[in-house]
Write a protein that binds this ligand. Sequence first.
Ligand code: NDP
Length: 286
Amino acid sequence: MSSNPNYKEELVGVFGHPVAENPTVVMQEAGFRALNLNWRYLTIEVYPQDLAAAMQGLRALNMRGINLTIPHKVAVLQYLDEVRPDAALMGAVNTVVRVGEKLVGENTDGKGFMRSLTGDAKVEARGKRVAILGAGGAARSISVELALAGAGRITIVNRGEERGRSLVDLLNAKTGVKADFVRWQGTWSVPDGTDILINATSIGLPPKAAEKLDIEYETIAPGMVVCDVIPAPTTPFLEEAKEYEAKTLDGLGMLVYQGAIAFKLWTGRDAPVEAMHQALAKAFNP
Ligand code: NDP
C-alpha cells in the first residue's frame, strides 16, 4: 500500500425522474475502470420540485459534475453560473461541469449525434436536406448542431404544433439554416430529395419497443441515411428502412459519444470510447 493512500472518490452522476433505467452508469464506470480512475457515476432519482436542493447538494458534496435527464434539462439553467453557447441556444443542458466554484452547463446530445453521424455513418451534414421527426429535447439539440454544421435545409415534423413551430423559429432566427415545419397527422410521406431522416421522438423506446413510426415507408429512397435516437442496437423503424435499402444509424453511438464528451469535460482525459461502447452493448444484449 502507498504511504499516502487516497480513499476519496471523485463523484459525478445523473439527476432524473424516472431514472432507474438510465444506462449511462454502465458506460461511464467502464470508462473509469479502463483508465484506472478513482471516479464513481451515481444514478440519482430527483423529483422536479427537489432540483434546487439537489444542485445545492452537488456543490455541498464537491461533486465534479452531473448529467441531467428528463425532466431537468431546461429547469437546471437557473442554477448554473455559466452556460456554453450551443446549450444556451438550445435552452437545454444535459451536462454540468464544476470549474472551481462555478457550475458550467453544456449540451452534449447533439454533439454526440454529430460524432456518430460523421464517425460511424461517414456522412457529412454540410448542404444536406434533413427531416427530423419530433421537436423535443433530442430534436432540438440535434437540429441546432446540424444547422451549425451547415445543413442545407431542415424540416421538423411533429405531432404538436407549438413545439414544432418554436423549434423552427429558433433555427431560422439563430442559426441561418432554412427550416420549415410540417404537422404530423396520420401517415407522413418523406419528401423527395431528403438526404437524412432522423427519428428523434420517443417512439420505439421500451416498454413500447415494438411501436413503429407512422410514415409511408415506400417514400424512403435507396441510399437515404436513416437514423434513430433510440439507444438500442436496432428498432422497428430502422429495420423497415433497411427493407428500402436505406443506410441506417442506431442511437447507441449517439449515447456513447455524448457520454464520451461529458467524460472528457469532467476528467480532462480522452474517453476510452471502445470500452464504453462495449459495456453498453453488453448491457443491452447480456
Ligand atoms: P421529449 O419528451 O422532449 O420529446 C418527445 C418527442 O416525441 C416529442 O416531439 C413528441 O411529440 C414525440 N412523440 C412522443 N410520442 C409520440 C407519438 N406517439 N407520436 C408522435 N410523436 C410522439 O423527449 P426527448 O426529446 O428528450 O427524447 C426523445 C427520445 O430521444 C427518447 O426516446 C430518448 O431516449 C432519446 N434520446 C436519446 C439520446 C441518445 O444519446 N441516444 C439522447 C437523448 C434522448 P409532441 O411534441 O407532439 O408530444
